[in-house]
Design a protein around this ligand. Structure first.
Ligand code: ADP
Ligand code: MG
Length: 259
């Protein structure tokens, strides 16, 4: 077949997120309804390879729902999800994970009764052989500053340690796109700074893009390249944190919530 063969057609996924594009993720017209409630409203959202994007917006804006559509936890009502040259809209979650989409959920998803070591082994089983488990577990825990807690039962870790363990577990899957839902909610200033340091180190070492949902504006200011504001399921605005903070309309949607 020659390259001019008229039967060869490129797909939107290849065009938008394939090798000739710098984007890792692009959603088109992505929509999710729960009965009559529109939780995600025709969202066109793009992430560049290696960038760190923060997703902000009032409670109920649809932030968690949007990320769950990207992971496959929720099935969209309409629209498409293109990732790394593929249309993943109809792929089951585990196949998206195998292709490099990893997520830390808002609700803790550790196994509280298992040790730190055994928690890390659960995701490692997908990517490593049994002979590699102990060395890879130690490597992960060292990186996430948890090696001293290797035999601790997860329920007995501090909240900050639990967040680091969950991010570590998601990172063992060697994602190209890492989704974090409220990684510093409820953490102290010191614990929050530790997560920010960790994200900066991960970005320096790995080719991974992040989408991070967060309310703490100081944290967002420290880590984000760009910020997307969601409101009532739709993209309200996007820009640098300075642009978003200076936007009176953004302030109004937060104040309108009474927060
Ligand atoms: P955020 O993360 O921005 O606070 P969510 O994505 O959790 O917002 O929720 C967006 C809207 O969708 C809310 O009105 C919420 O009540 C609703 N919602 C979320 N998940 C479900 C669900 N599984 N079933 C029904 N409604 C849901
Ligand atoms: Mg949420």
């Amino acid at each position: 077949m020659s390259v001019s063969d008229p039967t060869i057609r490129t797909t939107p996924a290849v065009e938008e997120t394939g090798e000739t594009s710098s984007r890792i993720l692009q959603t088109r017209g992505l929509r999710k309804q729960f009965g009559g409630l529109v939780a995600t409203d025709d969202v066109d959202f793009a992430v560049e390879e290696g960038e760190l994007r923060c997703l902000i917006g009032p409670n109920g804006a649809g932030k968690s729902t949007f990320l769950k559509l990207v992971t496959g936890r929720h099935e969209p009502t309409a629209g498409s999800i293109y990732y790394d040259g593929m249309d993943v809209t109809d792929l089951p979650t585990h196949e998206r994970v195998d292709r490099g989409i990893s997520m830390k959920f808002q609700v803790p998803s550790l196994y509280p009764e298992l040790s730190v070591r055994d928690n890390v082994r659960i995701p490692l089983q997908r990517v490593a052989t049994p002979g590699e488990f102990e060395a890879r577990t130690r490597e992960t825990l060292e990186r996430f500053n948890l090696l001293e807690e290797i035999d601790t039962v997860a329920a007995n870790l501090s909240h900050g340690q639990q967040q680091r363990l969950e991010i570590g577990m998601a990172m063992t899957l060697e994602p190209k796109l890492m989704l974090l839902d409220e990684p510093v909610a409820g953490l102290s200033i010191e614990e929050t700074a530790e997560i920010a340091d960790l994200l900066e180190a991960l970005r320096a070492e790995e080719e991974v893009a992040f989408v991070v949902i967060e309310h703490d504006i100081d944290f967002v200011e420290r880590i984000a390249d760009r910020v997307t504001v969601l409101h009532q399921g739709a993209i309200f605005t996007e820009g640098t944190i300075e642009e978003v903070k200076a936007d009176p309309a953004v302030r109004r949607i937060y104040l309108g919530e009474g927060a």
